[in-house]
Design a protein around this ligand. Structure first.
Ligand code: TPW
Ligand code: MG
Length: 510
C-alpha cells in the first residue's frame, strides 16, 4: 500500500496536475521530502507564497487540469489566501495542500507556532474561498476524501483545500481511485440543447459571448466548430481575452462596452440573443455596457447551470452542453443585418525617437509577433492589461475580474514552468509587489520576457483621483536589477529603442 503522501501526489497527477509550486516549512517538511524523493511531480519553490498561488493558478488556466500550491501551516497558508481568493473569483482549479500539526500536537495544550486563533482557523478561512475541503486525519477515509475533493476542483473549476497533518505523511493507505465525472442527465440535456437551438434559429441577430470557463473545461475547439456551423458572431469578454487564439476566423473581438471598438460594442448591444458560454457576470465584463443583461434575450451557461429566460437547468456541465449543441446544430445562414465586425490591432511602429505611449507597446508587440510568431502572455492589472487588449488575440492570463495586483510576474513563471516562453506585461507598482520572483527563473531554466511599464506611478489610480500625490512612485531603475537576479535588463525610452530591445529579448535565450 502507498503512503498517504505518495497516494496524494499520484492522485494529483491522475487528476491533471503537472507540477507543484510551493514553499516548505516545518509542518510540511515531511511531505516535501516525499515530493522531492518520489519525483512524481516536478517541484518549483518560489520566494513568497502569494507568488506560489499565482503561479499554480496560471498553470491551471493555461493548461487545464489542476494547479497545485503546497504551503506550510498558518504563516504559509495565510500568505496564499489572496491568490486563492482570486482563483476562486476567476474560476481556476488550484489545489491548496497545507501542512498542519499532527494528532499529538493538537492535544498538547500549547499554542502551536504559526497558529492564528484555534488550530482550525486556517480551515475556516479556506472554507470561504474553496469549493471543497478535507483534513486528512483518518487513513481509512483519506483516499476517498482526496478523490472527492479533487473531483470537485475539476467539476466546479474552483480551488479546493487539503490539510495534511505532518504525522500522516508515512501512514499507509489504499490508493486513491478517481471518481467518475458526473454527466448531465441525457433527457435534460436533450431538452436544453433543443431549446437553445430553437432560440438561436428564431433570432435574427444572435451573438455568442465566451469567457474563461470555456478554457477551464477544455471546450474551445468545440465552440469554434459550433460558431462556424451556426454562422454566429463570437466575442470574448474582457476577462475572457485570449480565448480561442487558434480560431481567428471565429473571434470578432473583445467586448469592452463604451470603452471598446464601436463595431464590437454594437454587435453585442444590438443582438437580439446573447448565447453566453462560461461567462462571469461581473462589473469589469459588463459595467461599461449600455444595457443591463436582459433575461429575455440571454442564454447563460456557467457554473454547471444553464439559464434561459426565467428558467434554469441545473447539473448541466458546460462540456456536455457544448458537445450536445455541436452534435445537434444544423448549418445556419449568417444573419443579414449583422456586420462582419472585426477588431483591428495596430501595426507598424515608427522607429523614431518619440517617447513610448502604452499603445506603442501594443504596436511593437504586434510587429514582433508578425516577425516571430505569437507568444503566450500574462498581464497584471493597470495600463498593461488595457494595452493587452490592443495586442493580437493570443493566449492571456490576467486578473481581469478580481484585479489583484502582483499576478503578472508569478503567473508568467507558472506558465513558463509548463514549458512555454511567455511575454509578461506588468506595471512598476505591481512589479514592486512580486517582481523579485524572477530571481527563481535561472535555477529552473525559465526565461520569460518581461515588459515593465515604468511610469513611476500608480497610474490607474491617478485616473480616478488626479490630485493625489500618493500616486507618484520613485523611479526604481528596474533594468539594473535584472543582472543581479539572473536576467538581462534594458531600459528604453523611445519607440526605436523599444523595437530593438524586444528583438534582442526574443533572440536571447536564458
Ligand atoms: C493587491 C489597487 C489598482 S491599479 C493600482 C492599484 C494600487 C496601480 C497599479 O500601478 P502599476 O500600473 O502597476 O504601476 P499602472 O499602469 O496603473 O501605473 N492592491 C492590490 N490590488 C489592487 N488592484 C490595488 C491594490 C490598484
Ligand atoms: Mg505604474
Amino acid at each position: 500500500m502507498p503512503t498517504l503522501a505518495a497516494a496524494l501526489l499520484s492522485a494529483l497527477k491522475d487528476h491533471g496536475a503537472r507540477e507543484i509550486f510551493g514553499i516548505p516549512g516545518d509542518f510540511v517538511l515531511p511531505l516535501y521530502k516525499v515530493i522531492e524523493d518520489s519525483n512524481i511531480l516536478p517541484n518549483f519553490t518560489l520566494s513568497h507564497e502569494p507568488a506560489v498561488g499565482f503561479a499554480a493558478d496560471a498553470s491551471a488556466r493555461y493548461r487545464g487540469g489542476l494547479g497545485v500550491a503546497v504551503v506550510t501551516y498558518g504563516a504559509g497558508a495565510f500568505n496564499v489566501v489572496n491568490a486563492i481568493a482570486g482563483a476562486y473569483a476567476e474560476r481556476s482549479p488550484v489545489v491548496v495542500v497545507a501542512g498542519a500539526p499532527g494528532a499529538r500536537e493538537r492535544l498538547s495544550g500549547f499554542l502551536l507556532h504559526h497558529q492564528a486563533r484555534t488550530i482550525d482557523t486556517q480551515l475556516a478561512v479556506f472554507r470561504e474561498i474553496t469549493c471543497d475541503q478535507a483534513v486528512l486525519t483518518d487513513p481509512l477515509t483519506a483516499p476517498a476524501q482526496i478523490a472527492r475533493v479533487l473531483r470537485s476542483a475539476r467539476e466546479m473549476s474552483l480551488p479546493v483545500y487539503l490539510e495534511f497533518p505532518r504525522d500522516m505523511v508515512g501512514v499507509e493507505v489504499e490508493p486513491v481511485v478517481p471518481l467518475p465525472p458526473r454527466a448531465a442527465d441525457p433527457e435534460a440535456l436533450a431538452e436544453c440543447v433543443e431549446e437553445i437551438l430553437a432560440r438561436i434559429n428564431a433570432a435574427s441577430a444572435p451573438v455568442a459571448v465566451v469567457d474563461v470557463e470555456i478554457r477551464r473545461y477544455g471546450v474551445e475547439e468545440r465552440i469554434a466548430a459550433l460558431a462556424r456551423k451556426l454562422n454566429i458572431p463570437l466575442v470574448t469578454t474582457f476577462m475572457g481575452r485570449g480565448l480561442l487564439e487558434q480560431a481567428d476566423d471565429v473571434v470578432s473581438g473583445t467586448y469592452l462596452g463604451a470603452a471598446g471598438d464601436g463595431a464590437i460594442t454594437r454587435l453585442v448591444d444590438d443582438a437580439d440573443l446573447l448565447l453566453m458560454l462560461g461567462v462571469i457576470l461581473s462589473d469589469t465584463n459588463f459595467a461599461l455596457s449600455n444595457r443591463a443583461p436582459d433575461p429575455r434575450r440571454t442564454i447563460m451557461a456557467s457554473s454547471r447551470e444553464v439559464q434561459i429566460g426565467h428558467h434554469t437547468y441545473r447539473d448541466m456541465p458546460l462540456a456536455d452542453l457544448v458537445a450536445g449543441l455541436e452534435a445537434r446544430a444544423k448549418p445556419r445562414p449568417a444573419s443579414a443585418p449583422q456586420t462582419k465586425a472585426r477588431a483591428v490591432y495596430p501595426r507598424g511602429l515608427p522607429a523614431d525617437a518619440a517617447p513610448i505611449q502604452p499603445s506603442d507597446i501594443a504596436t511593437a508587440i504586434n510587429d514582433l509577433f508578425d516577425r516571430h510568431g505569437k507568444m503566450p502572455m500574462t498581464a497584471d492589472i493597470g495600463d498593461c492589461l488595457f494595452t493587452a487588449m490592443e495586442i493580437d488575440n493570443t493566449a492571456l492570463a490576467a486578473p481581469g475580474y478580481y484585479a489583484g495586483m502582483g499576478f503578472g510576474v508569478p503567473a508568467g513563471i507558472g506558465v513558463a514552468a509548463t514549458g512555454l516562453r511567455p511575454l509578461i506585461l506588468v506595471g512598476d507598482g505591481a512589479f514592486q509587489m512580486t517582481g523579485w520572483e524572477l530571481g527563481n527563473c535561472r535555477r529552473y531554466g525559465l526565461d520569460p520576457i518581461v515588459v515593465l511599464f515604468n511610469n513611476c506611478s500608480w497610474e490607474m489610480l491617478r485616473v480616478f483621483q488626479p490630485e493625489s500625490r500618493f500616486n507618484d512612485l520613485d523611479d526604481w531603475h528596474f533594468a539594473e536589477v535584472a543582472a543581479s537576479i539572473g536576467g538581462a535588463g534594458e531600459r528604453v525610452t523611445t519607440r526605436a529603442e523599444l523595437t530593438a530591445a524586444l528583438e534582442r529579448a526574443v533572440a536571447r535565450r536564458g
